[in-house]
Design a protein around this ligand. Structure first.
Ligand code: BGC
Length: 432
């Protein structure tokens, strides 16, 4: 199946557009987190870099905030770093809190609405030493932080994203060994980690509403469009269904519907079945072609510089499936691509936005991943996803053409023929 090309020019209607980021990937500084410790272990990060440097955002936050204004973004998803805010168990850093308050105040002063993530792959080192999310007690420890963070920011923030991609976090850390703690094939641990993160979300949903009745709360679910490599092969078809269930659908049931299937250890006492979301947060990047219990891709398809298939239709199909079971407004909490020379990102944006607005689904928001090129976890500094280029030596930021394109789309409330001709027409995807 080929990409269904949207019309060249189209209106985006009421869709609100912005960008997303995560603290560990941008801030820098010697923060005692699982990722700092992991990166200190030789051989873990492709280029040997560390979140100690990242993009220098902790110092340059006002420059990055100004970029939001320059691009005319309407919304911005940022995270606050648990490890930075709670450097020792139960001890909160008021200076770090003040820093975040200042940044969020500046974001709001530009008319940009903040959505704040409470867990994005990073844990304090002390929490990791206690066994992190494998342990049942992890949930209470994290909720103590949530209570502090939400209580301290409630006058500035009403939109919360509890947990980012529990499936990617758990898979990366316990099955594929690319994330801390770097374990491989630890399936029982994977199951416990997913269960505890799912309970954590459900309890945080409740807690945040208790603290702030008008809050909008959800989580960022990484959804992939799973397809059998060979659709005529019944084993591929069965495995595609199994992968999809293990990777995403079981978690949707637990975290959106509050119903914990057996694979996630059954119903916890502390969660009552029923909706646990105010929006459907979807992080969408690519499709998986399944022939075994692992990631694969179709041959001869458009790909990013990380070799991920570019498959805009998939964003609509995962959203449609989720929305059918769990109706509600859809917020694309992440979508983006690794494009080192910015030679196809405008087309990528055009095709994904076009697929969304032509779908008839209630897509309310689109947060592009990401604002400024950032520290890409195990890929280190080698995978630029930004609308803004980062010079890794000087930390100088320069808006890319794709950033200008997105700014134009927001200003014109759609892709005009002129925007298409200027930014998209000359771009093609690499096919591999
Ligand atoms: C994560 C981001 C990451 C992006 C691109 C998502 O899985 O939430 O932190 O940078 O993918 O790899």
């Amino acid at each position: 199946m080929s990409i269904q090309t949207p019309p060249r020019a189209f209106s985006i209607g009421d869709l609100r557009i912005g960008a997303a980021s995560a603290p560990t990937q941008i801030e820098g500084g010697d923060v005692a987190s699982n990722w700092r410790d992991f990166a200190d272990r030789p051989g873990t990060i492709k280029d040997g870099t560390s979140p100690r440097w990242a993009t220098g955002h902790w110092e340059r936050w006002s420059e990055d905030t100004a970029l939001l204004g320059e691009l005319g973004l309407q919304i911005y998803r940022l995270g606050i770093d648990w490890a930075r805010l709670e450097p020792r168990p139960g001890v909160f850093d008021e200076d770090a809190l003040g820093h975040y308050r200042q940044e969020i105040t500046a974001i709001r002063a530009l008319g940009v609405e903040p959505l704040v993530t409470l867990h994005h792959f990073a844990n304090p080192s002390w929490f990791e030493a206690l066994g992190a999310w494998e342990e049942e007690g992890s949930v209470e420890l994290w909720l103590r932080f949530v209570r502090f963070a939400v209580g301290s920011l409630a006058d500035l923030v009403t939109q919360w994203c509890t947990v980012n991609e529990p499936n990617v976090y758990a898979g990366g850390g316990y099955v594929f060994g690319q994330f801390p703690p770097g374990r491989s094939g630890a399936w029982p641990a994977l199951r416990r980690v997913m269960r505890h993160l799912a309970i954590a979300h459900c309890r945080a949903y409740q807690l945040i509403h208790d603290l702030q009745p008008g809050a909008q709360v959800g989580f960022a679910h990484h959804l992939r469009d799973f397809a059998p490599l060979n659709p005529r092969n019944p084993a591929h078809r069965a495995l595609a269904r199994a992968n999809r269930y293990i990777f995403q659908d079981a978690l949707s049931d637990a975290m959106l519907g509050g119903r914990f299937p057996t694979i996630l250890g059954g119903q916890p006492r502390e969660v009552t079945p029923g909706p646990h979301y105010d929006y459907l947060g979807i992080n969408y990047y690519s499709r998986t072609a399944v022939s075994k219990l692992a990631d694969g891709r179709f041959p001869e398809v458009p790909v990013s510089d990380l070799d991920w298939e570019i498959w805009p239709n998939g964003l609509v199909s995962v959203a449609r499936d989720l929305h059918e079971k769990y109706p509600g407004p859809i917020w694309v909490t992440e979508n983006g691509t690794c494009d080192t020379s910015d030679s196809f990102r405008a087309r990528f944006l055009h095709d994904h936005l076009g697929a969304m607005v032509g779908s008839g689904l209630p897509f309310e928001r689109y947060y592009h991943w990401c604002l400024v090129d950032n520290w890409e976890w195990a890929e280190g500094q080698t995978a630029p996803f930004g609308l803004v280029h980062l010079n890794w030596e000087t930390h100088e930021r320069t808006i890319k053409d794709s950033g200008r394109f997105l700014a134009g789309v927001i200003a014109a409330r759609g892709v005009t023929q002129e925007l298409y001709d200027t930014f998209v027409a000359g771009q093609t995807y690499q096919v591999r």
